[in-house]
Write a new protein. Structure first.
Length: 122
């Protein structure tokens, strides 16, 4: 999933943008795939503290010494529509407040009935 996510993000990055991937307790090739896509990868290994909150904390602490003007957090299983990065950054910069994008789940083509969303069932 990380490869698809990064493939939707990388083309939207401008000069000077940073792409950081937190490989959180990963036992797969996430770090290698992310690095090959051009991301800076930091790995967190902590078998006692699991979950997104710990990963977010770890990632934001990486920016403590040189915080970015805008920080956009994207889950590894998300595909980012064209123009989204610019819209989020511009809205955040303009308002000076946090912004959240639409998180729309789509049923994969050929998915079984149990994975289809209620609105896509007959």
């Amino acid at each position: 999933m990380i490869a698809d996510s990064l493939a939707s993000i990388v083309p939207q990055l401008a000069a000077g943008d940073q792409l950081l991937v937190v490989a959180d307790n990963c036992t797969d090739d996430t770090a290698v795939i992310a690095a090959a896509a051009g991301a800076k990868v930091i790995e967190r290994k902590d078998q006692e503290r699991h979950g997104k909150g710990y990963a977010l904390d770890f990632g934001t602490r990486w920016f403590e010494h040189k915080p970015p003007e805008v920080l956009i957090v994207i889950d590894a299983d998300c595909k980012v529509s064209a123009g989204t990065i610019d819209r989020l950054a511009a809205t955040c910069g303009h308002t000076g407040r946090p912004v959240q994008a639409l998180y729309l789940m789509r049923t994969p083509v050929g998915a079984g009935v149990m994975t289809a969303s209620p609105s896509s069932r007959g």
